[in-house]
Write a protein that binds this ligand. Structure first.
Ligand code: MAN
Ligand code: CA
Length: 152
């Protein structure tokens, strides 16, 4: 009896915690996302997310994509955000930072993208001007970014 109560109590506590997002992160669907207000290069943004126990956002389903896009359409007017994919290791092969360099499956590129403009575009962004569909962009532009903490 006591063991059962303890188990129920622990489950309630841990599942409760799992539903919460860390300070600064927004609860969207099944994930927690931080929409930065500061601007950083891709590498800086990647480090920032890791420092806060997160990773640059990976968008792996239409549902997740719709949630993020509707959020930035409302709150990110005029902005460009890095999300967590590059083709830095092999041109044209896009991989997510998380989980470790998994090849991008679901995609939502803006028409005509990725175009590797001037042969210098290896980092994924979503931009207001493209209604936040995906673009490959220069990795050294200072842009806003989206970190993600997956919920367990
Ligand atoms: C700019 C950049 C490129 C993008 C084109 C689209 O040159 O944002 O990444 O492909 O515009 O016209
Ligand atoms: Ca491009």
């Amino acid at each position: 009896m006591f063991a059962t109560l303890l188990f129920v109590l622990m489950f309630a506590l841990t599942s409760g915690n799992a539903r919460r997002c860390q300070l600064g992160f927004t609860n969207l669907g099944r994930g927690c996302y931080l929409f930065s207000h500061n601007h950083a290069t891709y590498a800086e943004a990647n480090s920032f997310c890791l420092f806060f126990g997160s990773h640059l956002a990976d968008i792996t389903s239409k549902n997740e994509d719709d949630l993020i896009r509707s959020y930035v359409l409302r709150n990110g007017k005029g902005s460009q955000f890095y999300i967590g994919a590059t083709d830095l290791r092999a041109e044209g092969i896009w991989t997510w930072e998380h989980p470790l360099r998994k090849v991008v499956g679901y995609t939502n590129w803006y028409p005509g993208e990725p175009n590797n403009h001037e042969g210098k575009e290896h980092c994924m962004v979503i931009h207001y001007g493209h209604r936040f569909k995906w673009n490959d962009a220069y990795c050294y532009t200072k842009a806003r970014f989206i970190c993600e903490q997956s919920r367990i």
